[in-house]
Design a protein. Structure first.
Length: 266
């Protein structure tokens, strides 16, 4: 199963994953299209930290919440720091108290809440436990993969809600693909340390001390090692660097760009 572009006349375009979690949750990934930002942030930039005009970002977020029919105060994001820190929203009060917390994973059982991770080449991981009605999203670039943020989310879902990984569904968002995700010695060593038996399958040597990194396969392996069944993992085929007509790409734009949002709603 792959993400599908919903692009209807007069409506905000976005990608969604049909039937994810038996159709009981909505897994959405925004594009760069349909917003009001200009220049390198054109046009649906959702990141306040990018240097874009804050009013434009606020307007863009409102376009997204309107398109998904959720309240602006129900869209929850984090101050992402490329870590394995996970934030759990256990009470309604947490929606405001923990909004903007430092971390890279969000978990909740609350209904009508849109938990969200911002991306521009890094991968978002969506998790859903249908037995306990728990959802989670995580931010996983190479640092998040090396820190096994997906496993941290699953462990915290188990600790707080009793989730079992074998019961969970997972999805991996559009991200920098192995065709384009060029990395150096620092990433090579981090991947080798995290995946000592399989790192050669995840890194294709390019020469001159460079490799192409397969972030999707890395996160898939982490999910499987944590107990998620392979048949319950959906992986996007979209490369954000190849498709800069559709997505923001940090690497493709040399750092000056906007952010998409991976959003999970129940």
């Amino acid at each position: 199963m792959d993400f599908v572009l919903k692009n209807e006349l007069g409506q905000l375009p976005y990608l969604y994953l049909p039937g994810f979690g038996e159709g009981k949750v909505r897994a959405v990934f925004t594009t760069r299209r349909g917003g009001v930002s200009r220049g390198c942030y054109s046009s649906l930039n959702l990141g306040y930290h990018t240097g874009d005009d804050a009013d434009a970002v606020t307007a863009n977020r409102r376009l997204v919440t309107d398109a998904l029919n959720i309240g602006e105060d129900r869209l929850i994001t984090l101050n992402q720091v490329h870590s394995d820190r996970v934030v759990v929203l256990e009470r309604e009060e947490d929606l405001q108290l923990k909004k903007g917390s430092r971390g890279d994973g969000l978990i909740t059982h609350l209904s009508n809440v849109a938990i969200s991770i911002l991306c521009a080449d890094c991968q978002a991981i969506y998790l859903y436990d249908p037995s306990n009605r728990v959802i989670a999203v995580a931010h996983a670039g190479w640092r998040g993969a090396a820190a096994k943020i997906a496993a941290s989310c699953l462990q915290e879902m188990s600790n707080v809600y009793g989730s079992r990984p074998a019961d969970c569904y997972a999805a991996l968002s559009p991200a920098a693909g192995p065709c384009c995700y060029e990395v150096g010695e620092d990433v090579y060593q981090a991947v080798k340390e995290t995946f000592p038996e399989t790192f050669r399958e995840l890194l294709e040597e390019k020469g001159n001390g460079k490799w192409f990194f397969n972030i999707s396969q890395s996160n898939c392996l982490i999910l499987q090692d944590a107990g998620v069944l392979r048949e319950n993992i959906s992986i996007s085929s979209f490369c954000t660097i190849c498709r800069q007509d559709l997505f923001f790409s940090y690497r493709g734009s040399r750092g000056e760009t906007g952010r998409m949002a991976a959003i999970l709603i129940q």
